[in-house]
Structures are given as C-alpha cells and as structure tokens.
Design a protein around this ligand. Structure first.
Ligand code: GLU
Length: 280
C-alpha cells in the first residue's frame, strides 16, 4: 500500500467534493438523510489515510472505524450500499457536523470537553493512547525527551494539543493536515517523530514500505476515548448510535472488527469500553 498515492487520491476526492459543494450541487446524498429504511443514503465521516482504522483503497474503504460505522448504519436502517463515505480531516470534524456535510463521524475522534461544546458524542467505542512513531534505530524513553526535537502531528488533533500544552511544550512541532503527510519526513530524517494515537501509529508501522524502518516508542502519553460525533442536540441519533454500539459489543461483532483490523498490525487494543465510561 502506497500511502502517498492514497493521500493524493484522497486530496483529489476532497477537492472534487469541495467543488461540488461550492457549485451548490445537492444530489440528495448529503447530511439531511432522514432516518433510514426509506431508500435514502447516509453520509459518514471517516479518515482516508489511516490503515487499520479508516483507509480508502482502490477496492473500497477498510478499517475498524469503517466497520463500526457500517454496523451502526445498519442498525439505523442503512445497508452498506446506502453509505456515502466522506473524508473528515481532524481539524474539520466539528465544522463538518455543524454544516451537515455528514450524518455522523467515526474517525479516531476523541471525546473531549472542548469538542463537546460544539458536537455530541456517542460511545466511547475504543480506548487508545497517544504515542510516538520513531525510526527503528532511535529510542525515546519519556514524553519530556521530545522537548527540542522535531515532531510532526496534525492540526486540530488532541495529539498536537497535548504536546503543546503538556507533554513537551518546547518540541519543534510541525502540524500537517493528515498524519500520512508526516511519514516522508520521518523516513528522510526531516522530523524525529510522528505523534498521535498508538492505534494509528501501529497501522503505519506495519505497512510494507515502513516495515523494519519505524517503531512505536511505547509511551502511554494520554487516554483517547474514541466517540462517534453527531450534530449537537441530535439526541435521537445519539441514543440510536449508543444502542448500536452496545449491541456490536454484545454480539461479538466488535471483537471480529478488532481481529480483522488490528490483527495485521499486531495492535494490542484495550477491552471494549462501556458506553459513557470515559477514561480521563
Ligand atoms: N484521537 C485524536 C483526536 O481525535 C488523534 C487522532 C486524530 O487526529 O484523529 O484528535
């Protein structure tokens, strides 16, 4: 899998969809999709460049977030063929929900108090932890050791914010639009580390082109409780999604999604969280 190609393709898709929006075209596939089961479509925000979580490939969309979203959509009355996927980069998620571009977002989206002022969250459905991706011959023992080092992360993410506010305020942080944009810099030596959730980093480290080159530092720098973002005030949608997530754990579909998507990267995930149970 060539992530540069994937993110170039994602950029094209994003550019095309922005053009469509700018032209005022509305094909009825947008955010106001109704409540399902009536032949209508649902639009779901995911990431396009995160192997194991949300990945756009020539054959379709894969990853844990994609499987969770597909399960939830089914419970809301939408078959897989009724789903329109839309890329929602980290910095645009709250606005995408506000604008009604998407009906819900499942995109490694951590539940935070700040974000809860703008959107509502169902879940959590996964607990991840912030970590560092570094070159295999490197070692970083603790978060504070990144002070002074060149670090890459994504604008609008908790990963970038945690570094600036807390973990290593003196790190030379470069903020990109997507995580895959940080990978070239890590390979070439332009940056010393890429920081975000261990779930995402494990996916990158296991890619053929990076195997043996990159590793996770193994630091547990934060708790990232992944939620499904919905438009603020849409309690009906929120309740339905929470019920769907509970059912997904009960009927073991959650375990299957874990094995299918995290198995290849050998990512050791935390057990399924209880709905409403946020680990601070
Ligand atoms: N889970 C973190 C967040 O929501 C980092 C990953 C991401 O940017 O999606 O900010």
């Amino acid at each position: 899998m060539n992530l540069r190609k994937v993110s170039a393709a994602a950029a094209t898709v994003l550019a095309l969809s922005l053009t469509a929006t700018a032209c005022g075209s509305d094909d009825g596939d947008g955010g106001d999709s109704g409540d399902g089961g009536d032949g209508k479509k649902i639009t779901i925000g995911i990431k396009y460049d995160q192997p194991g979580l949300g990945l756009k490939t020539p054959d379709g969309y894969t990853g844990f977030d994609v499987d969770v979203a597909t399960y939830v959509a089914k419970e809301l009355g939408y078959d897989a063929k009724d789903i329109t996927w839309k890329e929602t980069p980290s910095a645009d998620r709250e606005e995408a929900l506000k604008r009604g571009d998407v009906d819900f977002i499942a995109a490694t989206y951590s539940i935070t108090d700040e974000r809860k002022e703008k959107v509502d969250f169902a879940g959590p459905y996964l607990l991840a932890h912030q970590d560092l991706l570094i070159r295999s011959d490197d070692n970083i023992a603790k978060g504070a050791d990144i002070n002074g080092k060149k670090l890459c992360s994504v604008a609008g993410s908790t990963s970038a914010q945690n570094i600036k506010n807390d973990i290593a305020p003196k790190a030379q942080l470069r903020e990109r639009g997507t995580y895959s944009e940080c990978l070239d810099g890590l390979a070439s030596g332009a940056v010393d580390a890429l920081t975000t959730d261990d779930s995402i980093l494990a996916g990158y480290a296991s890619q053929n082109e990076y195997k043996g080159k990159f590793k996770l530092a193994g630091l547990n720098l934060s708790n990232e409780n992944y939620g499904i973002g919905v438009k603020k005030g849409d309690t009906e949608m929120l309740d339905k999604i929470n019920k769907a997530l509970e059912k997904m754990v009960e009927d073991k579909s959650w375990d299957k999604a874990v094995t299918d998507n995290f198995g290849p990267a050998d990512y050791k995930n935390e057990p399924a969280p209880k709905i409403g149970d946020i680990v601070k």
